[in-house]
Unconditional design. Structure first.
Length: 135
């Protein structure tokens, strides 16, 4: 009897179980992942624990209202541009002046950035933010 040698079976990769496992992992990750929306953050600023305010002769106070209006040392400004705030600061800047930005908690961030940019243009490097004391 003459037996013929059997040709070796070609290895076959079965992808169906692999796809099933990946789908189960994908479903598990989708169900366990928490999605957060950064636009829904409720932020209430500013509150800080601070010492009582001290009277300093070289302080310049820039107040920013909730609607973005400015007042420099209690003098309201008509314009809301960087140039207008810088011009108001220019008249008050002395050597070693300290700028205190007193922004409303609901003030736009752009208004605070505008005040900081005006201070930079006038060479004020000592900037601090006023906050109410937290209890």
């Amino acid at each position: 009897m003459k037996f013929r040698p059997r040709p070796p079976d070609e290895p076959e990769i079965n992808l169906i179980p692999f796809i099933d496992v990946l789908l189960v992992i994908l479903i598990f990750l989708m169900l366990t992942t928490t999605y957060s929306k950064f636009t829904e953050l409720q932020v209430s600023l500013p509150v800080a624990n601070a010492d009582a305010a001290r009277d300093r002769p070289r302080e310049i106070i820039v107040a920013i209202a909730a609607d973005g209006r400015y007042a420099v040392n209690r003098e309201p400004l008509e314009a809301r541009s960087v140039e207008a705030v810088a011009a108001a600061l220019r008249a008050l800047v002395e050597k070693d002046s300290i700028l205190i930005i007193s922004a409303d908690a609901a003030a736009p961030v752009q208004a605070v950035v505008t005040a900081m940019d005006a201070a930079r243009r006038e060479g004020l490097t000592r900037i601090t933010f006023a906050a109410q004391t937290g209890k």
